[in-house]
Design a protein around this ligand. Sequence first.
Ligand SMILES: CCCCCCCCCCCCCC(=O)SCCNC(=O)CCNC(=O)[C@H](O)C(C)(C)COP(=O)(O)OP(=O)(O)OC[C@H]1O[C@@H](n2cnc3c(N)ncnc32)[C@H](O)[C@@H]1OP(=O)(O)O
Length: 219
Amino acid sequence: MSGYIQEDIAPEELAQRSELASSIAGSVRELIEATVRTEVGASDIAEARRLIEAATEILRKDQLPGAYGIRFNSDGSKRSWGNAVLGRRNPIAPPVVLHHEPDHTWTEVELGPAYEGPAGLVHGGVLALILDQLLGSTAEFQGVPGMTGTLNVRYRRATPLGQIRGEARVDRVEGVKTFVRGTITSAGEVSAEAEGIFILPKWARGEVSDVLRKSVGEG
Ligand SMILES: CCCCCCCCCCCCCC(=O)SCCNC(=O)CCNC(=O)[C@H](O)C(C)(C)COP(=O)(O)OP(=O)(O)OC[C@H]1O[C@@H](n2cnc3c(N)ncnc32)[C@H](O)[C@@H]1OP(=O)(O)O
């Protein structure tokens, strides 16, 4: 399957690249938030655009031919730095950091003004996005990975912008299908709950390597 890339990088070099990726994405995330909230006038906007375009030009000097993909080291660790939820190189990602416990996976993340839907509230699509990744990664960590076949989300109450907690666990496995349940909690109350069915795709059945099956992703 293309996009899954074996790319061994020595630990020291990897730590350095990881730091660089996080730092630039963090700066752009701040820029996004500043853009949403700015009240400055036309001349400041023009000046900001000039600087942003200059920064873009610098980054364009050396680019990957396409998306980042998923990259593996021979120790089984993997990098999803372009991922829309976890990707440490992706300013669109909050980024979510997942903590894998033996029987469940959790995350706590701050969702600011860039994730707004209804006034002052988190966009429902953003919650579904986070739940999709959280539930899918939970299945993956438990050794029963799959692509999202179905994701049902029930929004029980509004989720204010700010800190949320996500939690998920595998409910059951039926053949190639893994059923995962999860919740989003805000201010101590469950605001959304989800069930996902993650299905091992045909191309991976029977031939999915241990590296792919057991790898633990980092964004
Ligand atoms: C190692 C692999 C790694 C994978 C990535 C890990 C990422 C981790 C991160 C994740 C986070 C990011 C996540 C993302 O963003 S994943 C991106 C969003 N999802 C997709 O793009 C998936 C697109 N769809 C497909 O690739 C296939 O249709 C899948 C793989 C889903 C099924 O394949 P296929 O169509 O060939 O299946 P089959 O005909 O052999 O049927 C098998 C069984 O499944 C049942 N069924 C079929 N469809 C559905 C459905 N939609 N809901 C419920 N059940 C369904 C079917 O009845 C049968 O059941 P049974 O009769 O046996 O009881």
